[in-house]
Design a protein around this ligand. Structure first.
Ligand code: HAM
Length: 452
């Protein structure tokens, strides 16, 4: 193994860049407030649907991804290296292989269906652009061992439930959906394609919306020179509704092969989801492990027309660990694309102000012990309290509090200590309240606090 050697440029005057590595982000407090807000919402929605949190390692053996992730991810996007013990490892580019590995270890101990969620950071070597970075966080929800079609419906409800919880409606997003059982049966039985040709056609479908019509036509000419088959493929590409799909399956005798999909869209029609789910023949997903329903959630805004979320059903992931087949369905929803979506539709609040309830300051150093004591008492009541350390002029203290977005200020002088009561000034409207040391919880009402 070739070990990489680094030399420290001792005493060199070269200055280091302050910027983060290409395609990654620094999260300063304001961005962190936004991130926490979004992640808390993800956790809440997952738990509201009965999902439990899990997590796994940042690094996995490359083998894990070679087994089932797609060619693009492995050949072009993976961050891999050889560790000091000569193992080929990779920084996780997605969570599903880790999840499958973990589920394979313990699934016997859990009642089914098993519902798990995580918000891992993932790394993919991509060309950074709007909606695509090299590091992103991805909300993953997956269900294993659910009855036919019901896991798919629940997973779509969780993903769309998250968007709705921010106030998004069917005007803002849509779920484009297809089924690999239909595509497989059509390629194999109708077009008579072997697995190599089918694989190539899958790649063409995956690219269909990302390339021009001419480029698509050229790819199809090369792959399907037979005119009858090409017409059949064009017929497929023109399917727009589940009723078109139903006629298509009947016409080509594919209903049995795609029975799972038929039962899925029949069930779908009795749920509220049918308003936001649209059949799309070009949705096949780039990852190789999907075997059933596949979907992507798209922003409807022309300014931000991209996938916020992608997922689907996979039947054989546990088998790569020599475990019995148990189907899973899930989705990954990225923080970058979600934030772009929410900002495009103005569905996020402002995150400028720090969420702190009180700033305490004191006029003389001798009052320091009383200031610490007051801060301690307020924190015991779950009131977020910052102590302005060191003697300071009131004007400066108020400027500092305004800048940081505190809700109120109290300044301790010897009078306050003698009386055992303190004046709190609410910065929003400059209202004042005098509250005694043994009635401090009144401050919660004065500040209309909802926490604690
Ligand atoms: P994926 O389609 O590769 O699926 O990623 C899911 C979502 O993650 C995308 O729709 C996008 O929002 C976000 N995403 C992916 N790559 C990037 C990137 N480079 N920068 C920013 N956001 C990105 C999966 O990863 C599957 N493992 C999801 C899954 C879970 N399927 C079943 N369970």
């Amino acid at each position: 193994m070739m070990a990489m050697v680094f030399y420290l440029a001792k005493g060199s005057s070269m200055s280091l860049s302050k910027l983060p590595y290409k395609g990654t982000r620094d999260f300063f407090p304001t961005e962190m407030r936004k991130r926490d807000f979004i992640f808390n919402r993800m956790k809440k929605i997952a738990e509201l649907h009965g999902y439990e949190a899990y997590d796994g390692p940042m690094v996995e053996e490359v083998e894990l991804y070679l087994a089932k992730s797609g060619e693009e991810l492995i050949n072009e996007q993976i961050y891999s290296f050889i560790d000091r013990g000569d193992r080929k490892v990779a920084i996780r580019p997605e969570m599903t292989p880790t999840l499958a590995r973990m589920v394979a270890q313990v699934h016997r101990e859990f009642p089914k269906p098993l519902r798990w969620y995580a918000i891992p950071n993932l790394m993919r070597y991509e060309k950074p652009q709007k909606g695509r970075l090299r590091e992103h966080w991805q909300f993953n929800c997956d269900i294993f061992g659910a009855p036919e079609a019901l896991g798919e419906i629940e997973i779509l409800q969780v993903a769309s439930g998250l968007l709705k919880s921010f106030g998004a409606t069917e005007e803002h997003f849509e779920i484009l959906l297809n089924d690999r059982r239909l595509v497989d049966a059509f390629f194999k039985q109708t077009l008579n394609f072997d697995s190599e040709r089918s694989h190539k056609l899958y790649k063409v479908l995956d690219k269909a919306k990302k390339v021009s019509n001419e480029a698509l036509g050229k790819m199809l000419d090369e792959l399907i020179p037979e005119s009858v088959k090409k017409n059949q493929f064009v017929h497929y590409l023109n399917l727009k509704t589940f009723s078109d799909v139903d006629n298509f399956l009947t016409m080509y005798g594919l209903k049995d092969a795609a029975a799972g999909f038929v039962s899925f869209y029949k069930k779908l029609s009795s749920t509220g989801l049918s308003k936001i789910v649209v059949y799309d023949p070009t949705i096949v997903r780039g990852l190789d492990y999907y075997t059933g329903v596949v979907f992507e959630i798209f922003d409807k805004s022309p300014e931000n027309r991209r996938a916020i979320c992608g997922g689907g059903a996979y039947g054989n992931l546990l088998q790569i660990f020599n475990e019995p087949a148990m189907g899973g369905v899930g989705f990954g929803l990225g923080d970058v694309t979600l934030t772009d979506f929410l900002e495009t539709h103005k569905l996020l609040p402002e995150f400028k102000a720090q969420d702190c309830d009180v700033l305490i300051s004191y006029l003389e150093d001798s009052l320091e012990p009383q200031a610490f004591e007051l801060a301690h008492k307020l924190r015991e009541l779950n009131i977020k309290t910052e102590l302005h350390l060191g003697e300071a002029k009131p004007k400066k203290v108020f400027q500092y509090a305004e800048k940081k977005g505190h809700k109120s200020v109290t300044i301790i002088g010897s009078e306050e200590v003698k009386n055992g009561s303190f004046e709190f000034k609410r910065l929003r409207d400059q209202e004042k309240a005098v509250i005694s040391l043994n009635q401090l919880s009144e401050l919660k009402e004065f500040l209309e606090l909802t926490h604690g």
